[in-house]
Design a protein around this ligand. Structure first.
Ligand SMILES: Cc1ncc(COP(=O)(O)O)c(C=O)c1O
Length: 448
């Protein structure tokens, strides 16, 4: 067994996803109907999601079988390697051992495909013909385009307008896989039209693109909506990452001291970490650190409250850390981390004190990405580079620790961001307290 690059055979792809819901230290509060603000049931979600995913969303079963058809597609790139960053360790002169779980080897280049395939599969099984979604920088949109392509569904992507024009190559990839892609806000939906009436030059936001995709799905019988993060079933599908990591560490006789991941909506972090939650609850000393940008400090500066997942208030209200659904993050380069909320499941674990949180400015994050690229050779996505920065900071303490981080995606479509960093053009930005307070004033009033 090569201890620096642990490759599992295909037969070791997990055959069940792990659902942390029954093991949560604090019970989760129910999602609420956006109009009545009362707890919602499976039927309320049926216009936008297939019933099998709704049941997963609400499931208390600890283990959920991965269908054979999904496993068949996972075989294209799973199991993913667990690699030791030996050259990075040497450059840091650290006693720590640094490992990373390499999710960038998927066809779409990130972890997002783990749930895209599952969501496309369940929708297809229930007769859905088309999936609608939003995308920021394009990682999720390209993953869902691939999944729909391989499972024979149509795919409509509302891509935040600023990224549509600034980062055209992810859009090209979506086109290659047969999706239709619109710059959001569009004139195709009521929400989009309302945004354009307010500001015809609106650069768009993730919250607005979500509203457009949800409206499209809710108003077409043969279409449903797919979300790339935040929801329980998305986090569930991502647990293949942590479950494989557990097997790989065991094979080389390692026990993790520190687990690190970046957080946008929370799916790669949770999928990587939650399989270790039962060990932590049994008393094992494992630190889990969630990293976000200082420009979008949801977990470090947001409040734990009920809020909408989108800006038009069409999605259910969920209990989560939030900066307010009208929060407009500044245009940092880690587009996938610019979301006002965080997954309710992850939020609850943070609230219970099981997970540490930390934020970084983008310049030190790119500095860390460059050190990684110049030692290990791989170019990380700017989102992933947040996790790398934290792994480096932990390793610099020079302790005899096993540090493992999730390498959520590659940065081959983010070269513009790397150019900007190398030319010294990146601004460090911390979201001002007053702006956060202002956005939080508009939180929906909920009386349970
Ligand atoms: C490479 C990469 N990592 C991380 C994220 C953050 O998403 P999540 O928190 O759901 O894993 C994204 C989102 O687009 C991404 O593209």
């Amino acid at each position: 067994m090569d201890k620096d690059r642990v490759i599992l055979p295909i037969k070791d792809i997990p055959t069940k996803w792990y659902n942390v819901a029954p093991d949560m230290p604090d019970p989760m509060l129910p999602p609420l109907h956006p109009a009545t603000k009362k707890p919602l049931g499976p039927k309320d979600l049926a216009p936008i999601f297939p019933m099998s995913l709704i049941m997963q969303e609400m499931s208390q079963d600890r283990w959920i079988d991965i269908p054979d058809e999904v496993l068949e597609v996972y075989k294209i790139w799973r199991p993913t390697p667990l690699q030791r960053a030996v050259r990075l360790e040497k450059a840091l002169k650290t006693k720590s051992r640094i490992y990373f779980k390499n999710e960038s080897v998927s066809p779409a280049g990130s972890h997002k495909l783990n749930t895209a395939i599952a969501q496309a599969y369940y929708n297809k099984k229930e007769g859905v013909k088309r999936l609608c979604t939003e995308t920021g920088a394009g990682q999720w949109g390209s993953a869902l385009s691939f999944a729909c392509n391989i499972l024979g569904l149509k795919c409509t992507v509302y891509m935040v307008k600023a990224s549509y024009y600034q980062k055209p190559y992810r859009k090209s990839l979506m086109h290659v896989w047969g999706a239709e892609v619109f710059p959001s806000p569009t004139n195709l939906t009521k929400c989009g039209k309302a945004m354009l009436a307010q500001d015809p030059d609106s650069p768009g936001s993730l919250g607005c693109a979500i509203s457009e995709a949800v409206e499209d799905a809710a108003t077409h019988d043969d279409a449903k909506y797919a979300l790339g993060s935040v929801l329980n079933h998305v986090l569930l599908h991502q647990t293949v990452i942590g479950l494989e990591t557990q097997k790989q560490l065991k094979l080389i006789g390692e026990k993790p001291d520190i687990l690190i991941g970046c957080v946008g909506g929370g799916s790669n972090f949770a999928g990587f970490c939650v399989p270790f939650v039962p060990d932590k609850l049994k008393g094992k000393d494992i630190r889990m650190i969630a990293i976000e940008p200082a420009a979008c400090p949801t977990l470090t500066k947001g409040v734990y409250a009920y809020d909408y997942g989108d800006s038009a208030g069409l999605t259910p209200l969920v209990m989560m850390y939030t900066l307010g659904c009208n929060f407009m993050p500044t245009a940092i380069h880690a587009g996938g981390l610019r979301y006002h909320g965080a997954a309710p499941m992850l939020s609850s674990l943070v609230k219970s004190g099981l997970i540490e949180t930390r934020s970084y400015y983008q310049n030190p994050v790119f500095e860390a990405a460059l050190l990684f690229a110049r030692t290990e050779g791989m170019l990380p996505a700017p989102e992933t580079a947040h996790a790398i920065k934290a792994a480096i900071d932990e390793a610099k303490k020079n302790e005899d620790k096993c540090i493992v981080f999730n390498y959520s995606g590659h940065g081959h479509f983010d070269l513009g961001a790397y150019d900007a960093y190398l030319e010294g053009k990146l601004q460090d930005y911390e979201h001002p307290e007053e702006k956060i307070k202002e956005a939080l004033k508009k939180l929906p009033k909920v009386v349970l």
